[in-house]
Ligand binder design. Structure first.
Ligand code: KG4
Ligand code: ZN
Length: 349
């Protein structure tokens, strides 16, 4: 079946048309308008501006994807979690189209979408490689860091989560202190390639504790202290020599990856999943990919790196598996900014 996915929960306005069955999957067309350039000057996403940009871009983005295409069989839209200002734009556009075309609208949880990104092929059509259950999902993005046990599509149990900053947020905040542009994850990863990950012994809070919860705020503070001691303050950030930049980036990345890998290993030992799914924006990080690949004795499911960041194709894939379980009628589908994927399969209405 052909599903039109729509995603606008943060700073990407995205639409994608996929063709999916139990045997094959293909992204037919896709388009994403990234707002990164706009939010970069503020050092983070400004909800008010994000909403306005989504409103401007949603029709051109959907129009580009649906050009020369016949009416899809269903529409999937991110209903939460995320910024209310962005969610509303995607949902209202999706509702209008579903009403006009008289096709079902499937509300999708953004995290459920990220997890299903591992089914997406790099390009062209590919066999559908469904997730094997139970699966352990490590979701690492700008707003979420969670270990979830997935017993079926939409059936999640939370095992652990961060008690403060998300892993992506830690990357972003450390980058900001170093005067690097938003989003900081790719910047830190790029600098880290030239640095020594053992150069600075940054802390790994909670790594060895008997819990799947994590904490990254202490790492951020430790990096700040290091910068205060070794760097030169310039406006809100610290200037370092190039070698220092490389080593701080490599050492901070190592600390984050180490905690994520150790917690995942511990959870695999206890829950014995058939597969581990790595998802969310931080899943683009090569050190994290390599670290898990090397450490795990169960198959690791990764998405093509271009689908690590927010995109609508993953929302459409999740909808294929959610369609029979979601029952909300059009007028009852609404934005649910705090929707937790492990609490409900449908947004609260
Ligand atoms: O999933 P996502 O696109 O948006 C949210 O739902 O939050 O994730 C964005 C996050 C940002 O914090 C960004 O810095 C991080 O993913 N990120 C990375 C990398 N690429 C993106 N973090 C580390 N290494 C990367 N290569
Ligand atoms: Zn995301």
């Amino acid at each position: 079946m052909r599903i039109l996915g729509i995603e606008s929960s943060c700073d990407d306005t995205s639409a994608a048309l996929i063709d999916i069955s139990d045997t094959h999957i293909q992204v037919i067309s896709e388009k994403t308008f990234s707002q990164i350039d706009i939010h970069q000057q503020y050092g983070g996403v400004i909800p008010e501006i994000a909403g306005r940009k989504h409103a401007e871009q949603i029709v051109p983005v959907i129009a580009a994807v649906m050009q020369d295409q016949k009416t899809p069989d269903a529409i999937a839209v991110t209903a939460g979690p995320g910024l209310m200002s962005g969610l509303l734009v995607g949902i209202e556009a999706a509702k209008s189209l579903a009403y006009l075309w008289n096709i079902p609208l499937i509300p999708i949880n953004h995290i459920d979408g990220h997890i299903h990104s591992v089914l997406l092929p790099e390009q062209g059509a590919a066999p559908t490689a469904n997730i094997q259950f139970p699966a352990l999902c490590l979701v690492v993005s700008g707003g979420h860091t969670e270990l979830l046990l997935m017993n079926n599509h939409g059936d999640y149990k939370k095992i652990g989560s961060t008690r403060d900053d998300a892993a992506g947020e830690a990357f972003d905040k450390i980058a900001k202190m170093m005067g690097l542009p938003y989003p900081g994850g790719p910047q830190i990863a790029r600098l880290a390639e030239k640095g020594n990950p053992q150069a600075i012994a940054f802390p790994r809070p909670m790594r060895d504790m008997d819990t799947y919860d994590m904490s990254f705020a202490g790492l951020k503070t430790a990096v700040l202290y290091w910068l205060q001691e070794h760097g030169t303050k310039h406006h809100q950030s610290y200037t370092l020599t190039e070698p220092q930049q490389y080593d701080v980036a490599a050492s901070a990345q190592e600390a984050i990856v180490d905690v994520l890998v150790q917690k995942t290993i511990r959870a695999v030992t206890q829950y014995q999943p058939k597969q581990v799914v790595l998802a969310g924006g931080v899943s683009a990080n090569m050190q994290l990919r390599i670290g898990l690949e090397t450490a795990l004795r169960v198959p690791l499911r990764l998405c093509p790196r271009k689908y690590s960041m927010d995109n609508a194709a993953m929302i459409a894939v999740a909808a294929y598996y959610a369609q029979e379980k979601t029952t909300a009628s059009l007028q009852h589908i609404s934005a649910s900014p705090n929707w937790k994927v492990y609490e409900a399969y449908q947004p609260a209405s």
